[in-house]
Design a protein around this ligand. Structure first.
Ligand code: HEC
Length: 252
């Protein structure tokens, strides 16, 4: 394949059209990511915490957990008993809210301390949610568990195929520049590895928020590096590159 700087004008225009459009697209994607992920934790910028909330959710408290102290007061339960009751509810909420655990551990608490105000009949009078059944309780135990696995497959289908093609073209253009082969070898694979890290990070973070760094680092290494490759191709094609980047044998 001929090096970029030796191409005919129409060929250069074709590649330039691609570079400009796709770089704009990548910028738009970063901007979209920024507005959808930033500030979830109340702080500016995309932080690790934002990524955790996106893929893991905020499981610190559901409705039932946050109102439990008030309700235990309503129910007249002595404070000494609170920690054990709260621990039981917390465990059920955070560990899948199974019917078995509900029946064995949670229902007895609700029956003893809550049903006087949360039976079907009472809840109509008091305008509070009924808590008589498993399904009732699940409704007040909803926690934000982040992006669903389904949405991740969907996202992967679009992301991986589209970005794979873009990275391949960006890499192909980059390999036709006069840049040193060491730098080419290093940079050409990085966007792919970054994307793999990013995407596996979605799943890892969904199950354990400690893995959010994978998404952050993977994201920083994928699109920005591919954009860098295209910018380098653009300059090599039209203007030339700074001497220290250029392979001496290819300088002409
Ligand atoms: C003395 C009556 C009384 C008892 C006992 C009681 N509640 Fe409530 N509960 C209320 C009332 C009234 C409301 C609606 C107004 C409010 O949110 O404070 C309510 C609301 C709630 C809500 C919905 C809160 C919201 O913001 O939507 C939940 C969840 C709840 N209670 C759980 C419980 C649990 C669990 C228990 C048992 C540990 C319990 N309650 C015991 C009276 C009670």
């Amino acid at each position: 394949m001929r090096p970029l700087h030796q191409l005919s004008l129409p060929e250069k225009l074709l590649h330039t059209g691609f570079i400009v459009l796709v770089c704009l697209g990548l910028l738009a994607a970063e901007a979209y990511l920024f507005v959808t992920h930033t500030g979830l934790d109340g702080k500016a910028g995309v932080t690790l915490k934002d990524i955790q909330i996106s893929y893991y959710g905020d499981r610190s408290a559901s409705k039932i957990q946050s109102v439990l102290p008030t309700m235990l007061t309503n129910a007249g339960v002595p404070k000494a008993q609170w920690p054990a009751l709260q621990a039981t509810i917390d465990h059920w909420v955070q560990n899948g809210q199974t019917q078995a655990e509900y029946t064995a551990k949670v229902k007895p608490i609700i029956d003893t301390h809550c049903m006087m105000c949360h039976s079907d009949a009472m809840s109509k009078q008091l305008h509070n949610p009924p808590l008589a059944t498993y399904d009732d309780l699940k409704k007040v135990a909803q926690v934000n568990t982040g992006m669903s696995i389904n949405a991740m497959f969907m996202g992967g289908m679009v992301h991986l195929t589209m970005l794979g093609v873009i990275f391949w073209i960006a890499g192909t253009l980059f390999l036709r520049t006069r840049i040193t082969s060491a730098l080419k070898g290093l940079l050409v694979i990085i966007p792919f590895l970054g994307m793999l890290l990013d995407y596996s990070g979605w799943f890892a973070t969904h199950f354990n928020p400690a893995f959010a760094w994978m998404v952050l680092i993977g994201g920083a290494l994928s699109c920005p590096v591919a954009a860098l490759e295209m910018v380098a191709a653009f300059f090599d094609m039209w203007i030339g590159l700074p001497g220290f980047l250029v392979d001496r044998s290819a300088k002409s």
